[in-house]
Write a protein that binds this ligand. Structure first.
Ligand code: 2P0
Length: 338
């Protein structure tokens, strides 16, 4: 690493994604290999900006989030990912540690924060930094990069591409990667209803482990999920928002059912989530193409036509004035910023 390299930041932006077919369990915890394939939509309006550089003044990697230095517990997670790049690029021992600065343009306080954009932005910026510092190493393509993002957080795998993206089951670590399916630049949009600002009580990492280990519905979930995935893929090919939405909603219900059947049982659904879900059904009965999904928290994400997004937003705002809404269109993969 030469002097100039040391002073240069590599800067990246990556967008968050919402799973239509959920990832919920690891067959290998260390490698972050999923128990089933998943499929998501990358969103344009929610993203993370991250910059990284080699810093000779540091004795260990540092992570700064929105200007605040993070503790060892958070920093160790990014060091684990940086170490994978160090190994991939055969970095000499004396190479300086890295300073990582990140800002979430995701409404963190609204409970929509996602590790997906965070680790995807980190991986993208790290590839830029290591490729310019060690240009003699074989270049890393986006699919390979997605396997590095995966080792930070499973859902980050899918944020390496835009539009509809599948994270394949894979035979092992090298091919459990993201595959772009469709750019979704047709009549597709989402409205996100941020129901709670509270920090979730059960982390995704723990929730999925507990479910995989104890839920009597778990093997059924894995089978059903494969079928839902096939239907969503078909709907994407046919550009049929109703086919995609119905399969997405069905997958979401089964996903939450696995937690009802865990031991002890738990759920991320709240009474306020149900009120929004009922209203989605009501809007659908009136002829709108609207479908919901929910993740490891109480927020409800509504898939709709881009041409009806404003109308859906207004209807929701009128019925639930107390709930903050975020509109999103399909987003692109990460980009290098300068
Ligand atoms: C998903 N979720 O497919 C699923 C659906 C939440 C519900 O991926 O342990 O932060 O870091 O791999 O990716 C959230 O879990 O978990 C998630 P780890 P992650 O989007």
């Amino acid at each position: 690493v030469d002097k100039q390299e040391v002073n240069t930041w590599s800067v990246a932006r990556a967008h968050t994604n919402i799973a239509l077919i959920k990832y919920w369990g690891k067959r290998d915890e260390k490698l972050f290999l999923p128990t089933s394939p998943s499929l998501s939509l990358t969103l344009d309006s929610l993203y993370t900006d991250t910059r990284v550089r080699f810093d000779p003044k540091l004795s260990s990697d540092e992570l700064w989030l929105a200007g605040e230095k993070q503790d060892d517990k958070s920093t160790v997670k990014i060091t684990r990912v940086i170490d994978l790049f160090r190994a991939r690029y055969s970095v000499p021992e004396q190479t300086p540690r890295m300073r990582v600065e990140s800002v979430n343009h995701v409404p963190t306080a609204a409970g929509l924060a996602s590790s997906s954009s965070g680790f995807a932005a980190l991986a993208w910026a790290l590839r830029d930094a290591f490729e310019s510092a060690f240009p003699q190493t074989v270049a890393m393509d986006d699919r390979e990069l997605s396997t590095f993002a995966r080792r930070g957080s499973g859902s980050a795998t899918r944020s390496i591409f835009g539009g509809f993206v599948e994270w394949s089951y894979g035979t092992g670590s090298n091919d459990s990667c993201a595959i772009p399916v469709d750019d979704a630049r047709w009549d597709v949009a989402m409205v996100l209803a941020a129901i709670s600002t509270q920090h979730k009580k059960i982390s995704s990492t723990y929730g999925m482990k507990h479910t995989a280990e104890t839920s009597s519905f778990y093997s059924l979930w894995r089978e059903a999920s494969e079928q839902d995935l096939a239907t969503v893929r078909e709907g994407i090919r046919e550009r049929d928002i109703d086919k995609i939405g119905a399969a997405m909603e069905a997958n979401c219900m089964k996903f939450h059912a696995t937690m009802f059947a865990a031991n002890p049982p738990f759920t991320y659904l709240t009474s306020r989530s149900w009120r929004v879900i009922e209203f989605v059904h009501e809007m659908r009965d009136s002829g709108l193409s609207v479908y919901f999904t929910m993740d490891a928290g109480p927020n409800v994400k509504i898939l709709c036509r881009a041409s009806e997004q404003q109308f859906v937003h207004d209807k929701l705002a009128e019925r639930f004035p107390e709930i903050t809404l975020f509109d999103a269109l399909p987003g692109s993969g990460p980009e290098t910023l300068s």
